[in-house]
Design a protein around this ligand. Structure first.
Ligand code: IMP
Ligand code: MG
Length: 178
């Protein structure tokens, strides 16, 4: 269907599942090549990246470990400062080559927080992999190593990404209809 309703908003079809899968295969090929003979630790950031991760790993041929972490937001003492912390990460990262798997990088604030958290545990290397990237929205200086697709500054839903908790199960990507 070309137009759908998620919760209380209209969304129109933007990126069909087949195109998403093609870009995932390209990302996987690149990682396979660059990490040949390495044993990276993938860290999937929940919730949004679950579907991307599941499809990506089907193409990863490396000896690797896969772990999952979630971001917890804490309200700081000042109302403006919001500190995000990674929870659920049990693996010892010390000296490891880490690849962070994200669904989307928008302002870059979230991934910047994640990088700072992981750096504290002394990894050997951190690489960033995101399915979607909105270059026009970026506010932080982050180096992204693997990008599935660059997209304009529209709000999207589907394929793991939600609008207010809904729409994650859609196999295609929809964008907010004007
Ligand atoms: P950032 O911190 O602004 O880079 O945003 C990253 C997070 O915001 C992502 O992990 C998503 O959870 C959410 N997000 C950003 N853009 C979208 C979108 O277009 N649709 C759904 N979620 C989004
Ligand atoms: Mg997310």
């Amino acid at each position: 269907m070309a137009t759908i309703t998620v919760k209380d908003k209209q969304f129109s079809l933007f990126i069909p599942a087949s195109e998403i899968q093609e870009s995932i295969k390209k990302v996987a090929d690149k990682i396979n090549l660059e990490f040949n003979n390495e044993k990276p630790l993938f860290i999937v950031i929940l919730n949004g990246a679950f579907m991307f991760a599941a499809d990506l790993f089907k193409h990863i041929k490396l000896d690797c470990e896969i772990s999952f972490a979630k971001l917890a937001s804490y309200e700081g003492t000042k109302s403006t400062s919001k500190v995000k912390k990674l929870i659920g990460l049990a693996e010892n990262i010390n000296g490891r080559k880490v690849i962070i798997i994200e669904d989307i990088i928008d302002t870059g604030i979230t991934i910047d927080n994640i990088i700072q958290e992981i750096k504290q545990q002394n990894p050997k290397q951190i690489k960033i992999c995101t399915l979607f990237f909105k270059p026009q929205a970026l506010q932080k200086k982050v180096e992204i190593d693997y990008i599935g697709m660059e997209i304009p500054n529209d709000f999207i839903v589907g394929y793991g990404l939600d609008y207010d908790g809904q729409g994650r199960n859609l196999p295609d990507i929809y964008k907010l209809a004007e």
